[in-house]
Every structure is written in C-alpha cells, then in structure tokens.
Design a protein around this ligand. Structure first.
Ligand code: DQA
Length: 148
C-alpha cells in the first residue's frame, strides 16, 4: 500500500515567492507543492500538501495525520519558535517527523535559533530552500522502508 505523507506549512508561507525573496527565494508555495508531489510520486509516496496561518488548524491537521498519514514533514514557520500546542500534537504522532525550514534559522536572529519542533523531529533540514522538502521526502521514504 502507498504510504501517505502530510506536508504541513505554517503562517506566511502562502506568501512565498513574494515575501522577503532575498531570504526565502522566488519559488512559490504552489511550486514547492508541485515539486513535492513529483518527488513523492517518484519515491512511491502520496502527499497531502497544506498551508495554514492558524495554529489551531495546524494542530487539527497533525491530529488528523494520526489516522491518515504515515509520516509528517512540517515547516511550522514562526510557530516553530513559539508553539507548545504544535509540539504536544506532534508528540502524539507515531510515524517519522521531519522539520523543514527554507532559510538557515541559525544564521538569523537569535529568537529563531530554538525550535520546539526539533525536540520531537527525527530530522531537521534548514537553509536549503525548496530543495529541503525534496530531501525531507527522500529521508521519509527511507525511514518508512526501514519501518515496513
Ligand atoms: C521559516 C523560518 C522561520 O523562522 C520563519 O518564521 C518563517 C519561515 C523558514 O522556512 O525558513 O516563517 O520557517
């Protein structure tokens, strides 16, 4: 059976391509979604690619993933640095979790250096732009193969 990966994106990532292009690049979130779907297909995975500006909606989606997804890739954006609710939700998920950031959060302001999500993620990819999502999918495919 094909494994499903939820790719969840947090606040302001809907503005990618027009938002702080020097930091986040000119690729839109829709383009990243297309890239992720193509990579997932090549890896034999199905993806459900979503974005929300609302913390509670992200929590709802992580809870939904418990019944529907085999792995989660998450760029919680600014909520990475603030949200215990998202951390708690991720702690209830049993499959692999990979955290992604487009920018290198360690090269930026000190308030971005800590992510609550890193403590529960199996791996963290940051600073590699849109390619980070493709790398995360490759890692998840490998992890699921080893689990299955
Ligand atoms: C981000 C980094 C966060 O610090 C920031 O709040 C974002 C995007 C990234 O992908 O580089 O919105 O998660």
């Amino acid at each position: 059976m094909t494994s499903t990966v939820f790719i969840l994106n947090g606040p302001n990532l809907n503005l990618l391509g027009t938002r702080e292009v020097e930091i986040y690049g000119s690729t839109s979130l829709a383009d990243i979604g297309v890239m992720a779907k193509a990579s997932a297909e090549a890896l034999g995975l199905a993806v459900d690619f979503r974005q929300s500006n609302h913390e509670g909606e992200l929590v709802d989606w992580i809870q939904e993933a418990r019944g529907k997804a085999d792995a989660i890739i998450i760029n919680a954006a600014a909520y990475s640095h603030t949200s215990i609710a998202i951390l708690d939700a991720l702690q209830t998920f049993e499959g692999p979790i990979v955290e992604v950031h487009l920018s290198n959060i360690f090269k930026r302001e000190s308030f971005r250096h800590h992510s609550h999500i890193s403590g529960v993620a199996d791996g963290v990819i940051c600073g590699l732009g849109a390619q980070g999502y493709v790398l995360a999918l490759t890692a998840v495919a490998d992890k699921l193969k080893n689990l299955g």
